[in-house]
Design a protein around this ligand. Structure first.
Ligand code: ADP
Length: 296
């Protein structure tokens, strides 16, 4: 009888577990579908606004063009042009994000961080100068290569440095830093998630390189610090111009997750912001690289 009872109980437990798992699967499916339709509705809304503006400007020019002064006409055309740029940025960001979300496997390889960092500096140096912002890099000498995807890392750096410049006033400073993390495990009292993921606490075995992008800009309110990574989220403030789509940080987070790491930030309103993330050091004979090649 005891054996029979145990078997029946086991079967019962198994089926309960089965039901629980099915419910979990369905919930996840529903959540994913919700997120997808939310995304599509946000995208449609975001695309419609500049399209509507462009159409109104063209219609006004078409109907009342002759009554407008040359200066007014130029202003209308300039605004329509800026809206077209905004639309282009939006479409590019949406495409980048959906490509990232649909591509499961990225081939990660050894990346010498000096290269994408210097490329980013070259791209943004002129913009920084125009805005009167000092843009620098501090790369630790003899920094080892990391496990990464060159183009995706370049995009992360571009988005973070672009934001840093956008939200920093003239006279401010923006810096990219990269250094080997010797004291793996803690930064500002937080657990180091990259090393945690690598499932090894020994810095000698699985060292990481920390990359920081810091600015002396407007800072981010603690209550917005989580939400800024959400798609289309933008903090309400006067700094906002037409630039920006609210997708930049979602792209950053997605790329860093593809590197099996996570992005963090430390920020103080009116003082500045530092975004940081860790990347595994490339080790020739390790199985780590193959492991990291299979993403998700
Ligand atoms: P956006 O295209 O608006 O820059 P992001 O996803 O890149 O979109 O950023 C979302 C929001 O986070 C920004 O609109 C801004 O409010 C805030 N933010 C991002 N980076 C910074 C920064 N370095 N300093 C202050 N605020 C920032």
């Amino acid at each position: 009888i005891r054996i029979l009872l145990t078997t029946v109980l086991d079967q019962y437990r198994e089926s309960v577990r089965g039901i629980a798992m099915t419910i979990q699967d369905i919930t996840r499916e529903v959540e994913l579908n919700d997120a997808k339709s939310q995304f599509i509705s946000n995208v449609s809304h975001e695309l419609r606004t500049p399209l509507f503006n462009i159409k109104s400007f063209i219609e006004t020019l078409h109907e009342y063009g002759e009554d407008l002064t040359e200066e007014e006409r130029r202003e209308f055309l300039d605004t329509a042009n800026r809206e077209t740029d905004r639309l282009t940025r939006l479409v590019n960001d949406v495409l980048d994000l959906s490509r990232l979300e649909s591509c499961r496997i990225y081939h990660l390889e050894a990346v010498e961080l000096v290269q994408p960092i210097e490329q980013t500096l070259r791209t943004y140096q002129l913009n920084a100068k125009d805005k009167g912002i000092e843009l620098n890099q501090e790369i630790e000498p003899n920094l080892p290569a990391v496990v990464g995807h060159y183009d995706l890392l370049l995009q992360v750096l571009a988005n973070l440095v672009g934001n840093a410049l956008k939200f920093t006033k003239p006279g401010g400073r923006v810096a990219i830093r990269a250094y080997l993390l010797r004291n793996v495990g803690k930064l500002n009292g937080e657990e180091d998630q990259a090393s945690e993921h690598l499932n090894n606490n020994s810095p000698e075995k699985n060292p990481v390189v920390r990359i920081e992008i810091s600015d002396t800009g407007i800072g981010i309110d603690p209550e917005d610090q989580e939400a800024i990574f959400d798609r289309f989220f933008r903090v309400e403030n006067r700094v906002h111009t037409l630039e920006g789509t609210g997708l930049g940080l979602s792209i950053v987070r997605n790329i860093i997750e593809k590197h099996h790491s996570s992005v963090h930030l430390i920020s103080e309103v009116g003082v500045g912001t530092t975004f940081w993330f860790d990347l595994a050091v490339f080790q020739q004979k390790s199985t780590l690289v193959e492991e990291l090649q299979v993403i998700n």
